[in-house]
Design a protein around this ligand. Sequence first.
Ligand code: ASP
Length: 401
Amino acid sequence: MKLTLKIVIGLILGAVIGLALHFFAPDIFEPIDKYFFTPLGTIFLNLIKMLVVPIVFISITLGTAAIGDPKKLGRIGGKALLFFLATTTIAITIAMGMAMILQPGSVGIETAEASYETAEAPSVIDTFTGIIPTNPIQAMVEGNMLQIITFAVFIGFALAMLGKKTEAVYRLLEQGNEIMMFLVNIVMKFAPYGAFGLLASAMGSLGISGAKAMLLYMITVFSVLFIHAIFTYGSAVALIAKRNPIHFFKAFIPAMTVGFSTSSSSSTLPVSMKVAQEELNVPKSISSFVQPLGATINMDGTAIMQGVATIFIAQVYQTDLSLSQLAMVVLTAVLASVGTAGVPGVGLVMLAMVLNQVSLPVEGIALIIGIDRILDMTRTAVNITGDAACAVIIAETEKKR
Ligand code: ASP
């Protein structure tokens, strides 16, 4: 808990100092940012990113091998996918409903200056066939999480089937895991300073002035993120896992603060797994299988932003969406959030795919790009909370069997 407090203090101090410099001393913000805030944040980011690829590979391999029985593996994978899809669908539905009620795009926003270069969003089919790596080493070099996961599942499955014959490799990976978790502990000691640097840099360059026009949009996204986290995850943890949701959220705060400061589900993975295993008592085999998968494909916070943003842009451009178009938004936003990589800002790129699908102007993204940073931070915290909730639920339901 002491570390959590330190991280929170780092976050608040960073935000306050960043904003103060933005408003009162913008000239000196730039050099301070360049030589102090940004390097501080980058060192922290790099430190945890350094651990991500080995942790994902080792933990999924071990998780798969530990579950062993293909039937059990299928059951846990099936439950995880079901949970991911169901919660993401709920998330986007609440998001669209809330955006229709609050109407953030109907407050007279200028569209004249909107211009946005469409980034190429990968097609759904490419994403699916691309899951199998043709070169696993390349997948690791590029940090392609889905491919790494697939390869790890294959290796883990082989380890389980070969049993005694490959015991040494299994033990090697287990020891590798020990090393990684040890390093996570060390890196986390730097988290309060990293969080400070990241927040000071973000707030100092962003300020809150540009945010005014988009205030209602931001409020809508924030409130849906909050509602979804508290009610959807809270009730899932209480009703399905029969655990105290308050304890769940309290224990998971350290991971949420790291998700918030890094804006990256993947980067937060080492921390969120550690918290789930040590504080939420999720067995290693389940945590190491469910959470990396979730950090890669389960992004409820991202889906929420995409849902609100789509309705917002439709309102700004005074376009009415038919019922079937709304259903299309749900479907594509679920796919888009699956395809979103757990790194900063990708959710916004994938929004282009959703907008295209219902023929809304992609330039609309320009309206929200300026304030997306702060939303990215918040939705990432929600994204990883969903993965942890899923891990807790699967752990409890498996225990009962
Ligand atoms: N930054 C988000 C994450 O890593 C993805 C996004 O919505 O851009 O979870």
